[in-house]
Design a protein around this ligand. Structure first.
Ligand code: ATP
Length: 225
């Protein structure tokens, strides 16, 4: 990949399927690098943040658009806050609703990621930025958005472990996780497109050791070693 962020900042897109271990990987990187100029950006957290607040008090652009798209019934009548359970139901029952919401949110999420990256780029003490983007291949690969990233890091696990860990974490049915896996890009394509791969089929200790190795590699790429 050819990144354009800056020679002094290595920008990495961290991706992988549901329950593959992106959060675990990001946490380990953070522990290793937080005192040496490593920053994390979390696209899920940005998306959640965009939908916070009330439609009654200076609502965000995203909240207003959601209201426009799905109507008032998605909002608590007393507080004006988004009822995420009703939203989830609406999305679950209609792929069309899901596509519409994604079309609305993704540009705003990327805009926020790029602003954050630009801010970090201007700070001399920041050398590596890891942005967790679960749907990177579905939303950014080979588009202008990918210019902001020097490397694509994929966290990979076989589907049986993916199901097992996701069911355990989310306390939900196998069918639901399977449905999400099937809606995401397939494992082989993800692996083929990766610059770096973390196999997370082993223990957390093994994961730590792999991330450690990769961190040293990234430090070299960022000119820090
Ligand atoms: P999502 O895309 O759904 O947010 P994720 O890719 O961020 O998921 P995690 O939440 O990091 O995945 O991991 C999924 C679950 O698997 C978590 O409960 C996590 O603690 C567990 N887990 C991650 N790596 C390992 C491992 N090597 N051994 C055992 N459990 C693991």
């Amino acid at each position: 990949m050819s990144g354009s962020l800056s020679p002094g900042v290595l920008s990495i897109a961290l991706t992988g399927g549901i329950g593959s271990g992106k959060t675990a990987v990001a946490d380990i990187f953070y522990q290793l690098g937080k005192d040496q100029g490593l920053k994390l950006i979390d696209s899920d957290q940005i998306a959640r943040h965009l939908l916070q607040g009330s439609i009654y008090h200076s609502p965000s652009q995203a909240l207003l658009k959601v209201k426009e798209l799905f109507g008032d019934e998605l909002f608590e009548p007393d507080t004006g806050e988004l009822n995420r359970a009703i939203l989830r139901k609406k999305l679950f029952n209609s792929p069309e609703n899901k596509t519409q919401l994604e079309a609305l949110l993704h540009p705003l999420v990327y805009q926020s990621i790029f602003e954050q990256l630009e801010t970090y780029r201007k700070q001399n003490n920041i050398h590596i930025v890891i942005t967790s983007i679960p749907l990177f291949f579905e939303t950014a690969y080979q588009t202008e958005r990918s210019q902001y990233f020097d490397r694509i890091l994929v966290v990979d696990i076989p589907e049986d472990i993916q199901l097992q860990r996701s069911i355990k974490r989310d306390h939900c049915s196998k069918e639901l996780i399977q449905q999400i896996i099937d809606s995401q890009i397939d494992r082989n394509t993800r692996l083929k497109r990766a610059d770096d791969i973390i196999d997370n089929s082993g223990t957390l200790q093994q994961l730590k050791s792999r991330v450690n190795e990769l961190y040293k590699f990234y430090q070299k790429l960022a000119g820090r070693q």
